[in-house]
Design a protein around this ligand. Structure first.
Ligand code: GLU
Length: 447
């Protein structure tokens, strides 16, 4: 175990992206697995730092979306900071840097006609920067090309690289776990960190980095809207379960197999136990929606009945709850997420379970065998343990086999569902119950 103080540092310039959610998860897992309040290493922490220094592009609704998303996933943070409230701190470090010659104010032309503005630039020696990345190994980059780069527009307006480093050092961050798209920022940030060392901040060399692979579409292009939803909350709205999302996100760059596990279904607790940052792959992580759907199906199947029923009821308002409860296995076998139900119940696919269908003579063909079916199932008890699909089938099977299964089961199916395609007639009968079954069969017989 090692001490882990990590941060998820989103800029609220857009909704929480799938990639951001995955970064948050990896940080969370790493913090929770290492140390803890009672560890002798001291408390590990998962910090949420809202990087809202870009006043134009940061929006309260995006910030809310990020907070909602983390809450929905159950990724609880230990501390939260807003960079917009820390201007005085950044100012202090900018002033110190300027004072000791690490940075300087430079007057320069701006694009708009002949205006002059001041910016603050870091004095860059232009050396080679090398750092160890827990995933990518040793990374070396030349900083000569960067020149004396801008770290603030003025004392009140520091830019991202500066605030990011000041906070990482002030907050005692031990591991920077973030997307690979930030790897090219790292040398710049190390240079800022080195310059700040003269001001009593922790040495930047003590920071460990882990740049996690980009999330790619199945065709290995950059993941974008045309591949499906990229905002986490869209999955929430579509009725995916947070536990399924967590499990899926964990596999974007890491795999249970890498940890020697055969099972793929892992709870947040289990992920904390098995996840290893060192096992994260270098190559891009493919975003496979079918895989998410598979996870979601598995999690729907595992939901306790009360929770499942509560969720399903929302899509079947005013329907008989007893029937709905018996229908649950049918429903769960036919959906990948709860939004599927909006479409299915909108098109009336499930209606025949709740109300007698309209019959069409051509579809029903010859209803005569129904008379014997009614007799045979009349002998069954009507309780839920007596009137099961299995027992109904057994009661009818010999008759259907001797008369011809199609001839017997076809009118039964149509009488119960009004359809050529439906759940099997034994299952429908069991779900709608004995009384309703006999009512529908009798009606069809006399039709
Ligand atoms: N605010 C940066 C972003 O949202 C954070 C980068 C980092 O984690 O250092 O991409």
């Amino acid at each position: 175990m090692e001490k882990a103080v990590v941060r998820f540092a989103p800029s609220p310039t857009g909704n929480l992206h799938i990639g951001g959610a995955r970064t948050a998860l990896f940080n969370y897992l790493f913090a929770r697995k290492n140390g803890g309040p009672s560890s002798e290493l001291g408390a590990s922490k998962f910090i949420l730092r809202i990087e809202d220094t870009d006043k134009e592009r940061s929006k309260p609704e995006y910030e809310q979306n990020i907070l909602d998303g983390l809450k929905w996933l159950g990724l609880e943070y230990d501390e939260i900071y807003y960079q917009s409230k820390r201007t005085a701190i950044y100012r202090e470090y900018l002033e110190k840097l300027i004072e000791n010659g690490g940075a300087y104010v430079s007057k320069e032309e701006v694009k708009e006609a002949g205006q002059r503005a001041e910016v603050i630039r870091l004095k860059n020696q232009g050396k080679k920067i090398t750092f160890q990345d827990l995933i990518r190994g040793e990374v070396e980059m030349d900083t000569a090309d960067l020149g004396d780069f801008v770290i603030a527009k003025d004392l009140e307006t520091p830019i991202f690289h500066f605030t990011n480093v000041v906070d990482d050092l002030l907050m005692g961050i031990t591991h920077i776990i973030r997307g690979e798209d930030h790897i090219s920022n790292t040398p710049r940030q190390i240079l800022i960190g080195e310059a700040l060392a003269a001001n009593g901040l922790a040495p930047v060399s003590e920071l460990a980095y882990a740049h996690i692979p980009l999330i790619l579409a199945p065709d290995r292009s950059k993941l974008s809207k045309r591949h499906g939803a990229v905002a986490l909350t869209e999955y929430k709205e579509d009725g995916y379960l947070p536990a399924a999302l967590i499990n899926f996100l964990a596999t974007l760059g890491w795999s249970p197999q890498a940890a020697g596990l055969e099972q793929e279904i892992l709870s947040l607790e289990e992920l904390i136990k098995y996840f290893q940052l060192e096992q994260v792959q270098k190559s891009g992580a493919i975003f496979n929606l079918e895989k998410l759907d598979w996870f979601n199906r598995e999690y729907i199947k595992r939901l306790p009945e009360v929770e499942l029923l509560a969720e399903i009821k929302k899509h079947f308002p005013n329907r008989d709850e007893k029937v709905l409860r018996r229908l649950l296995p049918e429903i769960t076998s036919r959906i990948k997420n709860f939004a599927d139900l909006n479409e299915q119940s909108g098109s009336g696919e499930w209606d025949y379970f709740f109300e007698a269908p309209e019959l069409a003579k051509e579809l029903l063909r010859d209803p005569a065998p129904l008379s014997q079916i009614i007799k045979l199932i009349s002998d069954l008890g009507e309780s839920e343990v007596d009137f099961t699909a299995e027992k109904i089938k057994t009661a009818i099977w010999d008759y259907a086999t001797s008369e011809g299964r199609g001839k017997v089961l076809w009118p039964m199916r149509v009488a119960l569902s009004g359809r050529a395609q439906s759940a099997d007639p034994f299952t429908i009968a069991a779900i709608i119950g004995k009384e309703e079954t006999i009512k529908r069969l009798t009606h069809a017989l006399n039709f």
